[in-house]
Design a protein around this ligand. Structure first.
Ligand code: UP5
Ligand code: MG
Length: 193
């Protein structure tokens, strides 16, 4: 397997913190393959399959879907990625501690976690704004509140576990996209800080 398999970065943070926005820039500038677990799930929903229907109703409730689904989708997408890529950005996964363990056992260990911290007030503002045009079924206030709750209760422990192992880089995503990216870039430059 190519060098990317030794350079897996989990990109985590609350709903709307800017994972997708920042990953797009990193993949553009550093030749990383960007895989958003949420996008892969929404692609499955878009096929109209039975599985897609089940995923859609879980996502509308802000629930985390069973990890055998996300791991299968991610692993298939990783196998299809260009061999010349420098790394993988796994955006929005793992969302629960057992998912981190399973991914690292079944695929590879991650190099580090990039965690975007942001206040709920800012997240809510961004998601409601995006909801005006995104067409995302979960960008409505009722689902947003559920997504926040799931993040705090279930996904924060993943971040805390990597932080305890000194494998978590925390960057505030409260400032502008450019300012956040300036902080992000430092961690992808060679040599690292
Ligand atoms: N924006 C971004 N950065 C900004 C900044 N610095 N200043 C001002 N505005 C900024 O950004 C969100 C919005 O904010 C955009 O309009 C952007 O322009 C603006 P985005 O980059 O899209 O943020 P992101 O963190 O990617 O937000 P997203 O909504 O995608 O995060 P979620 O974690 O909520 O969504 P995801 O797609 O990962 O998951 C959706 C659902 O899928 C989950 O709720 C869950 O039900 C399910 N799921 C699983 O079950 N398992 C998984 O492994 C993954 C998902
Ligand atoms: Mg996203």
């Amino acid at each position: 397997k190519g060098p990317a398999w030794d350079n897996i970065v989990f990109v985590l943070g609350g709903p709307g913190c800017g994972k997708g926005t920042q990953c797009a820039r990193i993949s553009r500038d550093y030749n990383y393959t960007h895989l958003s677990a949420g996008d892969l799930l929404r692609d499955e929903v878009a096929t109209g399959s039975e599985l897609g229907k089940e995923l859609d109703s879980m996502m509308k409730e802000g629930k985390i879907v069973p990890m055998h689904v996300t791991i299968r989708l991610l692993s298939a997408a990783m196998e299809k990625a260009p061999e010349t890529a420098a790394g993988f950005l796994i955006d929005g996964f793992p969302r629960q501690l057992d998912q981190a363990v399973a991914f690292e056992q079944q695929i590879r260990a991650c190099k580090f976690v990039l965690y975007f911290s942001c206040s709920d007030a800012q997240l809510e503002k961004r998601l409601l704004k995006r909801g005006e045009t995104s067409g995302r079924a979960d960008d409505n206030i009722a689902t947003i509140k559920k997504r926040f709750r799931t993040f705090v209760e279930t996904s924060m422990p993943v971040i805390e576990a990597y932080a305890a192992k000194n494998k978590c880089v925390e960057i505030s995503s409260e400032p502008s996209v450019d300012e956040v990216y300036a902080a992000v870039k430092k961690h992808f430059e060679d040599p690292p800080p």
